[in-house]
Design a protein around this ligand. Structure first.
Ligand code: CA
Length: 228
């Protein structure tokens, strides 16, 4: 998942960048409102964290302009504690949730994960599709109750596909949202990783959880359980 962090306090920005990357996100950062607006409009994002108090262009204005440009990814705002007006204005401008400063990183992470799964139409942090179960909190995967060991990138691909189970996801989207900019973008890498994922999830080639749509991309093909 690719996240944009717009925060002018360097220490806070660096810490969010480092910890979100450690949690498996591909992270873009911006230091003020103008940079944030540019990144928010131009980068292929899944979610954004935007501080309201920003130099050059206020966070509220960044959010309004992103929404006016029909950017629909979830936005989490960082607000001053005890300032309810900030929270209300932020939500009215188009943000989806807020965290008050100072915050614990775990709260930011939990809220981002909740926003991402709701954007994918999931109510619970555990994604159930037939025998395949992915737990977005523990970052674990099981098939028919047996744990499946995945590498970081295999897990990221599967999580991305399962969060949007049923949708076709292009190879370009997978590459852009799973790797940082400095990674060499080679779509063959995605093919190799998807091939390995298939063998790990479905060694007997019976379930066929990931479908290839020639020239279009991949789709997680097992239906979501109704109760999820
Ligand atoms: Ca600030």
């Amino acid at each position: 998942m690719r996240v944009l962090v717009v925060e002018d306090e360097a220490a806070l920005r660096d810490s969010l960048q480092e910890r979100l990357a450690a949690a498996g996100f591909s992270v873009d950062v911006a230091r003020d409102g103008n940079e944030g607006l540019f990144a928010g409009l131009e980068y292929p994002l899944d979610v954004a964290v935007i501080d309201l108090g920003l130099p050059n262009l206020p966070g509220l204005e960044v959010i309004r302009r992103l929404r006016a440009a029909r950017k629909t990814y979830p936005i989490l705002i960082l607000t001053a504690r005890d300032n309810w007006q900030d929270k209300v204005e932020g939500l009215q401008a188009g943000a989806d949730d807020y965290v008050a400063k100072p915050f614990h990183f775990e709260e930011v992470l939990a809220r981002l994960q909740a926003l991402l799964r709701r954007a994918g139409g999931w109510a619970s942090p555990q994604l159930n599709c037939g025998p395949v179960v992915l737990d977005t909190r523990a970052q674990t995967v099981a098939v028919s109750g047996a744990a499946v060991e995945l590498t970081t990138f295999e897990y990221r691909i599967l999580e991305h596909l399962m969060l949007r189970a049923g949708d076709v996801i292009s190879k370009t989207e997978l590459t852009e949202r799973l790797y940082d900019q400095d990674f060499e973008r080679d779509s063959n890498v995605i093919e190799v990783l998807v091939g390995r994922l298939r063998r790990k999830l479905d060694p007997q080639d019976e379930l066929r959880p990931i479908e290839t749509l020639r020239g279009r991309g991949y789709r997680f093909a097992l239906p979501r359980d109704a109760a999820s």
